[in-house]
Ligand binder design. Structure first.
Ligand code: FA5
Length: 340
């Protein structure tokens, strides 16, 4: 018995040495021949059943040692074969490592990011400074300094995410106006893009969305200039000839105030669920800066006037791409994102 084990070991070594191991298949054939279900080493193991109880331990130990020896030799041979195959491939031709791997598709920028960058670019070219502000505001910046009295509905717990008493996630970017006016004296023009948060949710309202604030302060700034700047801005965003309208409105921090609407892209102005039957979609508020806001920031309202505006970037992206639900913009659904 012991001789047949030694003999098999010698045969295996001789066979392995005689092969030029350039392929995994060659090594696999030897593995099956020795270690497969009907392999030679497996055969030796099976013969153990015919031995006496005294002979079995020594025999089993030897066959197992042989099995381990064969397995290790085959592992090594596989590595040699893999390396030989690689060398052969490298020698046979040029490998273009700059080629893209199969199945990797190119990504693209998010539609909201594009809108934000375009807005920043547009206003930066007109000499506006960019201030990103902060997501967390105190009551003073989000409401009080903006001439918003304590009983104003926008302070309601149902609209505002409060973090602590008089500390909240900002409900609009207008607070950045106040920070800016505390540290800059007129004349100036600035924009403040950023995320804002409200307890609000339907097809065109999200609890987290983006706005871009704008503020211009100097001597003799008029509402007519505000209308001019915003019309050029709309032409840039939606193409010249886009249908817009200013609607009289109210904001505590501007007087007079207006809301700007763009013709609904879903129904072409006919009236539908998304525009609540009006044919228009509201994209921003604006107005002439209320003198009380200037006083709160230490700016002389007798000398300076200004205009301000605040637009919803999600709404702009929805209108540009005819996106039916605002939630799609932040849902991270690959089927939606891959369309851009
Ligand atoms: C404001 O937030 C004012 N701060 C805008 C402003 C700035 C007025 C400066 C005057 C001067 P309003 O709440 O209307 O206003 O929001 C402005 C725009 O944000 C809306 O027109 C709309 O485009 C967008 N918006 C408002 N709520 C949501 C929401 N829940 N989801 C998505 N977009 C919204």
């Amino acid at each position: 018995m012991s001789e047949s084990i030694s003999k098999l070991k010698q045969d295996f070594e001789a066979e392995l040495a005689s092969l030029v191991l350039t392929s995994k298949e060659d090594v696999d054939a030897i593995r099956v021949k020795y270690l497969g279900k009907k392999g030679l080493v497996t055969d030796l193991l099976k013969q153990m059943g015919g031995l006496s109880a005294e002979e079995r331990p020594a025999y089993g130990k030897k066959v197992n040692e042989l099995k381990e020896f064969v397995s290790e030799a085959i592992e090594k041979a596989l590595l040699v074969a893999a390396d030989a195959a690689l060398q052969k491939k490298l020698a046979s031709g040029f490998v273009d490592i700059s080629l893209p791997e199969n199945g990797i598709s190119a990504g693209s920028t998010h539609p909201l990011y594009d809108v934000r960058e375009e807005i920043i670019d547009f206003f930066a070219h007109m000499g506006f400074e960019v201030d990103f502000g902060r997501d967390i505001e105190t009551d003073w910046y989000n409401f009080e300094a903006l001439n918003t009295p304590p009983d104003h509905p926008s302070r309601d717990m149902q609209d505002t995410f409060y973090l602590a008493d008089k500390v909240m996630l900002r409900t609009h970017t207008s607070g950045t106006q106040i920070h800016y006016m505390e540290t800059h004296k007129p004349p100036f023009r600035m924009i403040a893009p950023g995320h804002v948060f409200r307890v609000d949710s339907d097809a065109t309202h999200a609890p987290m969305f983006q706005q871009c604030e704008g503020l211009v302060v100097d001597e003799n700034i008029t509402f007519a200039q505000l209308k001019g700047v915003l019309q050029v801005f709309m032409d840039k965003l939606f193409g010249s000839g886009v249908k817009t309208r200013f609607r009289p409105s109210f904001f505590p921090f501007t007087e007079p105030s207006a809301e700007m609407d763009v013709s609904c892209v879903f129904c072409k102005g006919e009236g539908c669920r998304r525009c609540k039957g009006t044919g228009w979609m509201e994209i921003g508020g604006c107005g002439s800066v209320d003198p009380n806001v200037f006083i709160n920031c230490g700016i002389d309202p007798e000398r300076y006037t200004g205009f301000a505006f605040g637009f919803g970037l999600d709404r702009i992206a929805m209108l540009r791409h005819a996106i039916p639900e605002i939630g799609l913009l932040t849902g991270n659904d690959e089927r939606f994102l891959s369309q851009f």
